[in-house]
Design a protein around this ligand. Structure first.
Ligand code: NAD
Ligand code: TDX
Length: 336
């Protein structure tokens, strides 16, 4: 593999993108990072504050802005594309921004990668494979069929297909990674784990959808970052790699971990209406990434990861406070 000297990270002011920028700053000081982010409701430039100015540069802009891409893409040797509309519940309330950013935005970046012959890594999700039954012994692999359920996951699936076509037809040097559910610092309070932690800190009760038996395959955002770096530098061009850390848990178990860590009773939560079209279970088989590229996760103790994450939200109330009331107001409109 070869270490890129100058990369663009789209969505680098969001949850996972900013964790990746921190990861590169700490572990690969020889790589310059240009963060391109529109700063939507989900983006916060404070997420990358304090990183060395000579290594990390921020440009506010939209990935759909072709003229902006013409100005900034030349001179970079890779694009790592995280920017997206990322929340399933929002995609049910209003799908249009998901088509615009996830489909059209990916198209613009691929066109720029083609025009300037820049390596392109695409961040995607296990949700493109739909869901599994609770008792299905299988997990998703790189060969699983695409069958997305939600407006969010269908736009992510669409973007993956564009990447495959731009590789095969135009020879763009692409890789794709499909990762399972992330947790860790800087995650927006609309998402399951931060929503429940910050509800408890606010003296409000956590909200569990449906019967709480839905399973997600949790991975710490830092392990996602190390996997993406591995694929960016050592992955085979044109290939897809699944990223996961064998972290399957149902939602009620995760919620009870949070309640226990925060000193609450195991039944101190509300059950609310279910998400329409709710996926039952996701599970990742990351054998290809582990055997071909030698990647391993480091945060394998989920309860320790939850404890650290709870501590981060306690210490960083000024970070999440501005988004909390408006997020809960949106949930009230949806009855969740
Ligand atoms: P996020 O919503 O926290 O952050 C998205 C970022 O993209 C924000 O900073 C936002 O300002 C920016 N953005 C949105 N639209 C833009 C546009 N048109 N132009 C430029 N910037 C724009 O999302 P996240 O949870 O960090 O997810 C990042 C990526 O990882 C997404 O592609 C998502 O599909 C993927 N992913 C997420 C998870 C997860 O568990 N959260 C799991 C697997 C894959
Ligand atoms: O308040 C809640 N109560 C609840 O029970 C919320 C917000 C969620 N849930 C449930 C729904 C899901 O089964 O928790 C689970 C996780 O929900 P989210 O945090 O919304 O994540 P999910 O829908 O699984 O999608 C996430 O993982 C895959 C990310 O948001 C996506 O961007 C990623 O692609």
């Amino acid at each position: 593999g070869c270490v890129p000297s100058n990369i663009i990270v789209t969505g680098g002011c969001g949850f996972i993108g900013s964790n990746f920028v921190h990861y590169v700053a700490e572990n690969h000081p020889e790589t310059h990072v240009t963060v391109l982010d529109a700063l939507t409701y989900a983006g916060n430039v404070d997420n990358i504050a304090g990183l060395p100015d000579n290594q990390v540069e921020f440009i506010q802009g939209d990935i759909r802005d072709g003229e902006l891409l013409d100005r900034i893409v030349p001179g970079h040797d890779a694009i790592v594309h995280y920017a997206a509309e990322s929340h399933n519940d929002n995609s049910i309330a209003d799908p249009e921004p998901f088509v615009r950013t996830n489909v059209e935005g990916t198209f613009r970046l691929l066109e720029a990668a083609r025009k300037y012959d820049v390596r392109y890594h695409h961040i995607s999700t296990d949700e493109v494979y739909g869901d599994l039954a609770l008792d299905d012994p299988r997990k998703f692999t790189e060969r699983s069929p695409y069958r997305p359920s939600s407006p969010y996951s269908s736009t992510k699936a669409s973007s993956d297909l564009l990447v495959r076509a731009w590789h095969r037809t135009f020879g763009v040097r692409t890789t794709i990674s499909n990762c399972s559910n992330n947790y860790g610092p800087y995650q927006h309070v609309e998402k399951f784990i931060p929503r429940q932690i910050t509800n408890i800190l606010d003296g409000a009760r956590p909200k569990l959808y449906g019967n709480g038996r839905d399973v997600r395959d949790w991975i710490h955002a830092e392990d996602h970052s190390s996997a993406v770096w591995t694929i960016l530098t050592k992955g085979r061009i044109g290939e897809t790699y699944l990223i996961g850390a064998n972290g399957e848990r149902d939602n009620i178990t995760v919620l009870r971990d949070i309640l226990r860590v925060m000193g609450k009773d195991a039944d101190d939560f509300d059950r609310v209406g279910d998400r329409p079209g709710h996926d039952r279970r996701y599970a990742i088989d990351s054998t290809k990434l582990r055997t071909e590229l030698g990647w391993r996760p480091e945060h394998t103790d989920f309860e320790a990861g939850i404890r650290q994450t709870v501590a981060w939200y306690i210490e960083n109330e000024s970070w999440w406070r501005p988004a909390k009331a408006s997020t809960e107001a949106r949930y009230r409109e949806q009855g969740r």
